[in-house]
Design a protein around this ligand. Structure first.
Ligand code: COA
Length: 397
């Protein structure tokens, strides 16, 4: 029996602060006219609270997706977070999301494929569900790119925005969902876009920061050419796998990097531009969050119905590229979840905070109880007993 990976929940979250092109005019040598005509962007959202990180946006988007799916965090088997701006190099942001949601039954890991990450995640989800290993997956794309942008570099700072989008993917025997995928990469283009500092190649250093290596570096032109080609090519591959002609496709959900890239790719695909959904004007390029947020906007605008044939396509640093074909299975708009179920979910999230705090407290208590033997006083025999129990030392004679 074939197991299909159907999207049953979706949600997005944008930080409230909006940065317009006119705001940028006051920061760097640019103009609203240049940004609009060269990229299609008018404004973007950005996090302006230093305490908010990618996992926080991810959790908000995930809660909305779980509400649409009318599921609780306990129903999730696996959390995948696609992100280029994780909370930390490690642990995975997905683990932080797992804890914040209280998804105690879920495994968790990050997908690092830059702006193609969400589509890579959809392809992975399809495979895991088809294999029978996993039933329910929460896949999130989340970014706080504003924290890594060089606000003096006009070539990059005008492009990027923050946000998060999430979907719940569930195994089903009914046909539909993510039906075909294509994953690609060309690592010879790795130097064209990235964040040089922070990894093992160039760990953080004062000198590096002084040279601006802690900011996003990009060579826009070659990426532009690459992007048009791979967006069209990857879409063509998944359409061929599905046996779809250009006229069969109801909607293209493209990564929102530049409106001109999308127009050129659509032209190559011979699919009219009206069949591409764009929110770049108000969102900018939100990397891994862009495709799921477009999906949510298109659903909310009534552009996706049961049975719609969708092509999702993207590209990004790596260089990576990917596409998936989706036969949309869920009802849109989603029926409102009953109020009591929403209340239960809210209680669940609050309990998750309590549970997490308790687990930390217990660990801290053990840390204190089993602390260093030197000067440990009354704690020494307890620690010895505990170590014996763990097999860390032989029984005291
Ligand atoms: N405001 C005003 N002028 C700007 C500018 C800005 N924000 N950014 C660049 N310029 C200038 C350049 O300095 C250049 O000036 P010059 O001709 O005097 O040298 C001129 O505009 C044209 O630059 P160019 O790089 O050729 O522009 P472009 O049409 O290629 O557009 C990008 C630049 C970055 C918008 C475009 O190349 C692009 O979108 N590339 C893909 C990037 C991308 O998608 N990255 C994310 C991948 S997920």
């Amino acid at each position: 029996m074939t197991r299909y990976a159907r999207i049953v929940g979706w949600g997005k979250f944008l930080p409230p602060k909006v940065l317009t092109n006119f705001d940028l005019e006051r920061m760097v040598d640019t103009s609203d006219e240049w940004i609009r005509t060269r990229t299609g962007i008018r404004e973007r959202h950005m996090v302006n609270d230093p305490n908010i990180a990618s996992s926080d946006l991810a959790v908000e988007a995930a809660k909305r997706a779980l509400s649409v799916a009318d599921m609780t965090a306990g129903d999730i088997d696996l959390i995948m977070v696609a992100t280029s701006t994780p909370d930390h190099l490690f642990p995975a942001t997905a683990c932080i999301v797992q804890d914040k949601l209280g998804a105690t039954q879920a495994g968790a890991f990050d997908v690092s494929a830059a702006c193609s990450g969400f589509i890579y995640g959809l392809a992975l989800a399809r495979g895991l569900i088809a294999s029978g290993e996993i039933d329910t997956i929460l896949l999130i794309g989340t970014e706080v790119l504003s924290r890594f942008v060089d606000w003096n570099d006009r070539e990059t700072c005008v492009l990027f925005g923050d946000g998060a989008g999430a979907v719940v993917i569930k195994a089903s025997e009914e046909r539909g969902g993510v039906m075909a995928s294509m994953l690609g990469a060309d690592g010879s283009g790795a130097s064209l876009l990235g964040l040089p500092m922070g990894g093992s190649r160039l760990p953080p250093s004062v000198d590096g920061i002084a040279e601006g290596e802690n900011h996003i570096k990009m060579k826009g032109r070659p990426i532009f050419r690459f992007a048009v080609h791979v967006m069209a090519e990857s879409s063509r591959v998944v359409m061929e796998k599905m046996g779809w002609a250009p006229e069969d496709v109801d909607l293209v959900v493209p990564h929102q990097a530049n409106e001109r890239i999308i127009r050129a790719a659509m032209k190559q695909l011979k699919i009219p531009m009206e069949k591409a959904y764009l929110n770049i004007a108000t969102h900018g390029n939100t990397s891994t969050a862009s495709v799921p947020m477009v999906l949510v906007d298109a659903i909310n605008e009534g552009r996706i119905k049961q049975g719609s044939k969708l092509v999702l396509t993207g590209f990004g640093a790596g260089l990576t590229y990917a596409a998936v074909a989706i036969e949309w299975g869920a009802r849109t708009p989603a029926p409102e979840a009953p109020i009591h179920r929403n209340i239960l979910r809210k209680i669940g999230y609050n309990l998750a905070h309590v549970r997490s705090a308790m687990r930390r407290a217990v660990r801290a208590f053990y840390g204190f109880l089993l602390g260093p033997e030197e000067g440990g006083g009354w704690r020494v025999p307890i620690r010895q007993k505990f170590d014996e129990w763990l097999g860390l030392r032989g029984k005291e004679k």
